[in-house]
Design a binder for this molecule. Structure first.
Ligand code: SPV
Ligand code: MG
Length: 435
């Protein structure tokens, strides 16, 4: 009689007793194949692995009882179950609840297709493992590790999706927001520290009034409690002579990318367009600033992106493309093209024409105005970074305003509490004490 076959998946980069025990029990059922989840999958639902997929595959292959190791490129077990049709699928019982529940349900349906069986073993909680996990998280949030991750993500995923954060709390929302979709976990890849949101939070206009020291403080607050890469909105970058220092500070802090816009004089927010007086920088001056930034840079993984305001200031497509060419030549790692039109036509035209000449330089978009375009559409056209630049701030303000008005109107808090507020118990435990 043919030997039974068994399949299980592993994502961990910290192998401890319970993993070995699970493998031992799985191997007792038959010939065991282990799917090792790719770096990208592990990063999408847990954290960036400390060891690469290749390294983890090597380790797992060396464990007694493992017959074969394969790479698993999805959270979903679709591919390995349909291809290998194992008699048994082994898993800890912790996936019965939480975000992995739909993955489990899909597995049950897949197993039913050919008569396979799910074998679950009790999940063994281990305090030491939790401590190691916490240490691993601390490791990946140190500046040197965090900084390079954006470039890695762009190279590995093609396109990354970022959400704005302006406080530690909003940073935590961006860090943790996740949902299951078609066998994969969707999360934001990185955070955008916006000048608009940083200024508005302080009750100030977005005119480079909030100084760099204060902006760095915001970054620090976010960094203290998160692990995802950070893109910094560097406004105009200030004087070229100052920009080099800003680059060094950002690098030292572990920021991954700075975006500077080609304006000069008193900068106003781009979404005002030509309704306010704004001046675009001279091309050569801006190229000089890019060169100063690039030569100040000390690490290989930090990125400087040049933001082109030609469409915002109605200077035309040819001007935008000419500037893109010049900025890339000056050393920019990426181009951000901005538009305040509801329709994405000018953005699409720019990307098409830019990509005809340059397939390598990263293209960054902030689709605040042309918000009906799906991310997949941008990716198809060769975009590398999508930034939702202000949505957490814009959604929180009306909620706070309604709460304040309701309390004023009702002469008590009961109505606002019930309509708009989370329970006090939940807010007290939202941020657990770590030490
Ligand atoms: C910001 O978020 O501050 C930006 C993007 O620079 S925009 O507001 O569209 O100019
Ligand atoms: Mg800005």
């Amino acid at each position: 009689m043919a030997k039974k076959t068994v399949f299980m998946s592993l994502s961990t980069d910290i192998i401890y007793g319970a993993h070995i025990e699970l493998i031992r029990r799985a191997a007792e059922l038959g010939e065991l194949t282990v799917g090792v989840l790719s770096d990208e999958v592990v990063a999408s639902y847990k954290r960036y692995p400390l060891l690469s997929c290749q390294e983890r595959m090597r380790i797992v292959a060396g464990i007694k009882g493992v017959k074969e190791v394969i790479r698993q490129d999805e959270m979903s077990y679709r591919e390995p179950l349909r291809r290998l049709r194992p008699d048994y699928l082994v898993h800890g019982d912790d996936w019965r609840t939480g975000f992995q529940q739909p993955v489990r349900e899909e597995c049950l349906a897949l197993l039913a297709e050919y008569g396979g069986e799910l074998v679950e073993y009790p999940y063994s909680y281990n305090e030491e493992y939790d401590r190691l996990e916490a240490a691993a998280r601390a490791q990946i949030s140190v500046p040197d590790r965090r900084r390079g991750r954006l470039k890695w993500l762009i190279e590995n995923k093609g396109m990354v999706v970022c959400m704005q954060a302006h406080t530690g709390l909003t940073g935590l929302i961006v860090e943790k927001a996740a949902l299951m979709e078609n066998g994969t976990v969707r999360q934001f890849d990185a955070m955008w520290v916006s000048s608009l949101c940083d200024s508005t939070t302080k009750g100030k206009p977005d005119i480079e009034l909030v100084d760099m020291t204060s902006r760095f403080r915001t970054i620090d607050d976010i960094m203290e409690v998160t692990t995802k890469p950070i893109i910094f909105d560097g406004d105009t970058g200030g004087l070229a002579e100052h920009f080099g220092y800003t680059v060094r500070t950002l690098e030292r802090m572990g920021v991954s990318m700075v975006i500077i816009e080609d304006k000069t004089g008193l900068k106003k927010n781009s979404l005002f367009g030509t309704e306010v007086a704004q001046t675009q920088a001279d091309v050569e001056d801006f190229c000089h600033k890019i060169r100063v930034g690039k030569s100040a840079q000390r690490t290989h993984d930090f990125m400087i992106v040049a933001r082109i305001e030609s469409l915002i200031l109605e200077k035309g497509m040819e001007d935008a493309l000419a500037r893109a060419r010049a900025y890339v030549k000056a050393g920019a790692d990426g181009i951000m093209i901005h538009s305040r039109r509801k329709e994405p036509d000018e953005i699409f035209e720019f990307i098409r024409r830019f990509r005809e000449e340059d397939q390598k330089t990263a293209v960054v978009l902030v689709p605040t105005s042309y918000n009906a375009v799906y991310e997949e559409e941008f990716q198809k056209r060769g975009v590398n970074v999508i930034i939702y630049a202000n949505h957490l701030l814009r959604s929180s303000y009306p909620a706070m305003q309604k709460t304040a008005e309701t309390i004023l109107r009702c002469h008590r808090a009961k109505e606002a509490d019930e309509a708009f507020c989370m329970p006090i118990k939940e807010i007290l435990t939202l941020i657990p004490e770590e030490y």
